[in-house]
Design a protein around this ligand. Structure first.
Ligand SMILES: NC(=O)c1ccc[n+]([C@@H]2O[C@H](COP(=O)([O-])OP(=O)(O)OC[C@H]3O[C@@H](n4cnc5c(N)ncnc54)[C@H](OP(=O)(O)O)[C@@H]3O)[C@@H](O)[C@H]2O)c1
Length: 353
């Protein structure tokens, strides 16, 4: 396993991190048992993974609780825990209460990275609450930043990060005299929106990037024969037709035909290079030096080993370029919008609220 510095800091993250949303078990990812989670975390640690990602939102805190339990036997000072605060909870002083609740669930004294899960605006808040007064009066960014800095001064948080922030949201945050250590952003072969603006901006300002959905929730693995086999809940992004899943909110046509064509070509490339699809996908993402760490979510130690084996290889330059060319039409259709779940009008990552 190789390690990279998070932005301009000394904090080192493994190139492959473990996404822990599925821990605790629930509707979205299915069952997960504490004894299996302990084995999974021990396997991850033995393989050199040091970054573990969670959020208060994941299964209403059960992911944090399960992660806290699963890492009990690991040396705390050798692992990096990142959690996230939801914008509905980022009001003055509430931020502090929510961070303390996360610490309690994780059964730890400090978070290595504390991120704001989505930009603070009415559109982000509307997705997760029916309370119109919250939608009309989102938290003030300066209050949230002041609380985050307080948490850092108290030693409860080592580094402050954000997630799903486009350039202008990062700039608004930074106007409050805060260095963003990392921005956690969606990044995979078919989701390259960050390459237009957010990624170059992170590089320019010294923020690291933690990539999520690197396996596109299973599509970029060998799990499914065709995109038609993917369960509805994993087809909610703008890549899929609005009618593909009853949970789709974006109202767009998607690009399913282009996805099918590109997937067939990628499968051939993976086979020719003796890689599984997940290994090709992970490899491709890690190849981008702007990424500090790429997350994969799995509850299975064997699949984790397969993924780590993928992370240890490097794609030949011509293969990397070929993957870029295959995915270019999808990149162009999807455009620069980082929010893959919403229509352009409801895009949470743009500046205006
Ligand atoms: N900041 C944000 O807004 C945000 C949003 C989403 C996710 N995240 C973070 O990213 C993490 C990953 O979640 P994701 O949504 O991005 O999912 P993902 O990692 O793209 O995909 C996870 C899915 O891939 C499957 N999988 C993993 N390795 C595999 C392999 N080798 N072969 C076949 N299937 C494989 C997993 O199944 P099994 O469990 O059965 O192996 C699971 O169904 C989350 O845990 C979370 O920490 C952050």
């Amino acid at each position: 396993m190789r390690y990279r510095n998070a932005g301009s800091t000394d904090l080192k993250l493994s190139e492959l991190g473990l996404g822990c949303w599925a821990l605790g078990g629930g509707n979205y990812w299915g069952d997960s048992r504490p004894e299996d989670e302990k084995k999974l975390l021990q396997t991850a640690y033995n393989l050199g993974i040091n970054y573990f990602d969670t959020a208060e939102l994941y299964y209403d805190g059960r992911s944090e609780k399960a992660l806290g339990h699963a890492i009990k036997d690991l040396p705390r000072n050798r692992i990096v825990i990142g959690s996230k605060l939801f914008p509905t909870n980022a009001y003055k002083d509430k931020t502090i209460d929510h961070c303390e609740a996360s610490l309690q669930r994780l059964d730890t004294d400090y978070l290595d990275i504390y991120m704001l899960h989505w930009p603070i605006n009415s559109k982000s808040i509307r997705v997760f609450t029916d309370d119109e007064s919250l939608v009309e009066h989102p938290p003030r960014v300066e209050d949230t930043v002041a609380d985050l800095l307080k948490l850092r001064d108290q030693g409860k948080v080592r580094y402050i990060g954000v997630s799903n922030f486009g350039k202008r949201w990062m700039q608004e945050f930074e106007r409050n005299n805060i260095q963003i250590t990392v921005n956690q952003l969606p990044y995979n072969i078919f989701s390259r929106a960050i390459e237009y603006e957010a990624l170059p901006y992170c590089v320019q300002t010294g923020s690291g990037i933690i990539g999520y959905s690197v396996l596109m929730q299973g599509l970029l693995t060998d799990r499914y024969q065709s995109i038609d086999d993917i369960p509805d809940q994993y087809c909610r992004t703008r890549h899929f037709h609005q009618k593909r899943s009853p949970q789709n909110r974006h109202g767009e046509q998607g690009c399913e035909e282009e996805l099918k064509k590109a997937l067939n070509k990628l499968k051939t490339i993976a086979q020719d290079n003796e890689l599984s699809m997940s290994q090709l996908s992970i490899n491709w993402a890690i190849q981008n030096k702007a990424l500090t760490c790429v997350l994969v979510g799995t509850r299975n130690p064997d699949r984790l080993k397969e993924n780590v084996a993928g992370a240890s290889k490097r794609l030949p330059a011509e293969v990397y370029q070929a993957v870029n060319e295959i995915s270019r039409p999808i990149k162009e259709i999807m455009g620069p919008q980082i929010d893959y779940y919403e229509s352009p009008e409801n895009n949470r990552t743009t500046f205006t609220s």
